[in-house]
Design a binder for this molecule. Structure first.
Ligand SMILES: NC(=O)C1=CN([C@@H]2O[C@H](COP(=O)(O)OP(=O)(O)OC[C@H]3O[C@@H](n4cnc5c(N)ncnc54)[C@H](OP(=O)(O)O)[C@@H]3O)[C@@H](O)[C@H]2O)[C@@H](O)CC1
Ligand SMILES: [K+]
Length: 366
């Protein structure tokens, strides 16, 4: 694979999408429209308002159907995967990070409890803040599971965490990542009641003064579920949002890194509620909906039969923009080669094979 031959692997995106758009199956047509959106670096899942999110939740858990335990486990796993993704950038060595998970009184809090357990198993150091513990059996079990892993469970965010650094410039209670699992789609009113109002203020302090990465589960806590950020006074602006099942209306006002997770929605229900499951990559429970100015990760491009081609095209476009039209020659043996270029070569070989398979499978019928 040389720089010049890379041109051969560039797929004509427009014609691919056009071919898919006229495909006979709805899933292929959906893929066409989703992939063309992916090229503009975002995937349109559609949005749920608070009422629809509640109705969908009820419908998923109608009998016979899913149990809350099942859905919460998958939701919490999605959150943990997103934390891994943004907390390590895929670099396993960086995952010993301290994560503070602030859990509210409802199921959003339950997602946080589940995420804490998965994060422990991923190698992170989680601490949970759970001020208003649910007495429901499943929540008692979730707490017990955390106890069994010796994960600290606190009643409040310690004052020392949200204060300025020590004299030596270090804050020993510093958390690299904060997970906001306080309120989800059932938040009501215009302001959070205590003790959560204080917790949210402390989280803002940690984010703005100590550079902790703030990740919200499903809805940024204190935001109006349908309206977005109405919290002029609080100014709660997470760095990352992990929407579950589909983004709530408020997510339209969210402009930072946005993931969707909760890979369990049956197509029939998705259609009924006018939302679309994103093309989750590989076996992942989450997908990033928008990632400005970054090439797709290897996992993302590994997805599906056609998504790879379109995403690889996006990657190449990005590369071309950055380095100009002339691709560099194959510099085999040069030690200091940029990691991304190595990946591109490796991936181009993979793409060549997939490209062949794709055109074989999509040969005109006549
Ligand atoms: N289908 C899915 O995708 C799945 C979704 N899942 C998750 O469930 C989440 C929805 O969970 P949920 O319905 O239990 O409610 P949630 O948002 O956690 O909060 C309710 C609590 O907050 C309280 N509260 C409300 N307003 C308040 C205020 N102003 N100030 C203070 N407190 C206030 C309210 O108290 P109350 O007003 O009733 O006294 C109640 O205790 C959803 O977002 C997702 O994360 C998964 O687990 C499963 C699959
Ligand atoms: K939240």
């Amino acid at each position: 694979f040389t720089g010049n031959s890379s041109r051969r692997h560039i797929i004509n995106t427009q014609s691919l999408v056009a071919a898919l758009a006229t495909s006979t199956t709805p899933s292929q047509r959906n893929l066409a429209s989703s992939t063309s959106l992916a090229m503009t670096s975002s995937f349109d899942t559609g949005y749920l308002n608070a009422q629809d999110a509640t109705d969908l939740d009820v419908e998923l858990m109608s009998t016979p159907g899913f149990s809350l335990e099942q859905l919460m486990e998958l939701a919490g796993l999605s959150v943990a995967e997103a934390v891994y993704e943004v907390g390590t950038d895929g670099n396993d060595g960086a995952k010993k990070k301290r994560v503070l998970l602030v859990c509210g009184p409802g199921n959003n809090g339950g997602d946080g409890l589940v995420a804490a357990r998965h994060l422990f198993h991923f190698g992170f150091q989680p601490t949970v803040v759970y001020p208003k513990r649910s007495t429901k059996p499943h929540f008692i079990n979730l707490v017990q599971q955390l106890d069994d892993l010796n994960i600290p469970i606190l009643d409040e965010i310690p004052a020392t965490v949200a204060t300025d650094n020590d004299d030596d410039g270090e804050n020993k209670d510093h958390y690299d990542i904060i997970v906001d699992a306080i309120f989800g789609f059932s938040f009501r009113g215009t302001a959070p009641r205590e003790p959560f109002a204080t917790a949210i203020t402390q989280m803002i302090t940690m984010q703005t003064q100590q550079s902790s990465l703030l990740i919200s589960v499903d809805v940024p806590s204190s935001w109006n579920v349908d309206g977005g950020d109405m919290t002029e006074g609080l100014k709660f602006q997470p760095d990352v949002l992990v929407s579950l099942t589909a983004p709530k209306l408020s997510a339209k006002k969210f402009t930072r890194r946005h993931f969707v997770g909760g890979r369990f929605l049956p197509p029939g229900l998705a259609e009924k509620y006018g939302i679309r499951m994103p093309p989750y990559p590989g076996v992942s429970q989450v997908m990033e909906l928008s990632k400005p100015k970054e090439a797709p990760s290897k996992e993302e491009v590994d997805d599906g039969e056609m998504d790879w081609a379109l995403q690889y095209q996006a990657y190449l476009d990005e590369q071309e923009k950055e380095r100009g039209e002339s691709d560099t020659e194959d510099d085999e043996g040069e030690e200091d080669e940029v990691e991304g270029e190595e990946w591109a070569k490796e991936y181009a070989a993979y793409c060549a094979e997939k490209e062949k398979e794709f055109f074989e499978a999509n040969k005109p019928k006549e």
